[in-house]
Design a protein around this ligand. Structure first.
Ligand SMILES: Cc1ncc(COP(=O)(O)O)c(C=O)c1O
Length: 442
């Protein structure tokens, strides 16, 4: 253990905290501690400035420590700190939903609040099943996801999710999967890759296998994130939309990462020109300051579920104590104000070509087998070390942190998604650090 880590362990008993998605023993032996943040930077406990290459966990889209959000949260805490949302309401929840509806993809303007991306996924899947039930098709309960998809860690999300470690030891809901969209012919493609639209036809095969009348919904991330940043092949999402329509299957986009400007438009649905029936969001909805998520439902789904049943009966037996939490709504409204006032979605669009150039300048660095980008997302895929998949990726994460940059890794894929406030100089710095890191890996 180095001196800084020793200091830290002397100062803090780290044993009580069971950390999520972390190699706990390894981390506690050699911690990476972030103690403050502002704008594009974290500060580590040893006083170093660390460039945030990942917007936290793909979520701090407006950059860190925004005073406007802090002020809105404080004000809300002192005026209405909490109010129930079951059979009662509070104005800010309605105000925020109306604001969200204004930036929604066409027709997806019915907003259901949750507290995380995982809850959004499970909520959307339940909505899909409830929708079919309300239409008299209660047998449509099969859920389709995609290999390498990530939809959080609830039982619904892991059932449609396609990351083996998240699902292999748990009992799952009735689900099936499309193939993932990574295609070797697309290596080093920029933006939407040219090959692979035909993989959407996997849904036709599942229809042939199970019968369309058993399938409620297909859930995909428009751009797979945690599975390694896989932009959809050209024409793929359009094809999926067409097949869903042909068979009465609902299309759900998980926009937990892509929502709130990552591709230069409010949602990926707008950037990519395909509108789903349901859309899950979280993360950037409050700039990650207060946990929140929202499912955006189409009028068709909403009106079918809410329009049915007896007068006075609850139409959808679902919700959370903190659904529409007033403090989260206040943070969300302040966040939307910042996005709008500072034109951050437009900045993401303006910076995207520089981002693309910077990432692709790393082609040719040792072990790099693919580079992918879209909007302000990107991935650098490394060849795995013989017999030790993931080891090189983890070393990249550690070395990048030491060099002053946060990255995420999915196995041996370095994933990047900076705050949307990033400028050209900072993009250059990300590439410089990565270049040095890549040269230093075993
Ligand atoms: C696409 C996607 N969906 C869902 C989730 C889960 O969100 P949360 O961690 O807030 O539950 C994530 C988290 O990274 C995500 O990337």
């Amino acid at each position: 253990m180095d001196d800084a880590a020793q200091d830290l362990t002397n100062r803090t008993d780290m044993s009580a905290y069971w950390m999520p998605f972390t190699a706990n023993r390894q981390f506690k032996a050699s911690p990476r501690m972030l103690v403050s943040a502002s704008g594009m930077y974290y500060r580590s406990d040893d006083g170093r400035e660390i460039l945030d290459g990942t917007a936290g966990l793909w979520c701090v889209n407006a950059g860190h420590a925004r005073p406007e959000i802090a002020a809105a949260v404080q004000h809300q805490l002192m005026s209405l700190d909490y109010a129930p949302s079951f059979q009662m309401g509070h104005p800010i929840a309605f105000d925020f939903a109306a604001r969200l509806a204004r930036i929604a993809p066409p027709g997806l303007d019915r907003i259901f609040y949750v507290n995380s991306g995982s809850e959004a996924a499970d909520t959307a899947l339940k909505m899909a099943i409830a929708y079919h039930r309300a239409r008299g098709e209660g047998q449509r309960v099969r859920l389709v996801g995609r290999e390498r998809g990530y939809h959080g860690v609830g039982f619904g999300g892991i059932s449609v999710g396609g990351l083996v470690n998240n699902r292999r030891v748990y009992p799952l809901l009735t689900s099936d999967h499309l193939r993932h969209t990574q295609d070797p012919r697309n290596a080093f493609a920029r933006g939407l890759p040219p090959h692979g639209a035909e993989r959407a036809d996997d849904l036709e095969q599942l229809v042939a296998l199970h019968g369309a009348e058993t399938i409620a919904a297909v859930m995909v991330e428009p751009v797979a994130g945690a599975g390694g940043v896989l932009p959809p092949p050209q024409g793929y999402l359009e094809r999926l939309r067409t097949i869903c329509d042909r068979h009465g299957i609902l299309l759900i986009f998980d926009e937990v990462i892509t929502g709130f400007g990552r591709l230069g438009t409010p949602f990926a649905a707008q950037a990519l020109g395909v509108t789903p029936d349901l859309m899950t969001t979280a993360k950037g909805i409050t700039n990650a300051t207060v946990p929140m998520g929202a499912v955006f439902a189409s009028r068709k789904v909403h009106d079918t579920v809410v329009g049915g049943g007896a007068d006075g009966a609850v139409e959808f037996f679902h919700g959370y104590t903190y659904s529409g939490h007033p403090v989260a709504c206040a943070a969300g409204l302040a966040t939307l104000d910042i996005y709008e006032r500072e034109g951050l979605f437009a900045n993401a669009a303006a910076m995207a070509p520089r981002w693309e150039e910077a990432l692709h300048s790393l082609k040719g660095a040792p072990n790099v087998v693919d580079i992918r980008n879209i909007g302000l997302m990107g991935a650098i895929e490394l060849s795995p070390r013989a017999g030790a998949p993931g080891a090189r990726g983890y070393q990249a994460l550690v070395k990048a942190f030491e060099a002053g940059l946060t990255v995420r890794v999915a196995g041996d894929i370095i994933c990047l998604s900076p705050p949307l406030i990033i400028n050209a100089v900072q993009i250059g710095r990300v590439a410089e650090i990565l270049n040095d890191v890549l040269k230093s890996l075993d």
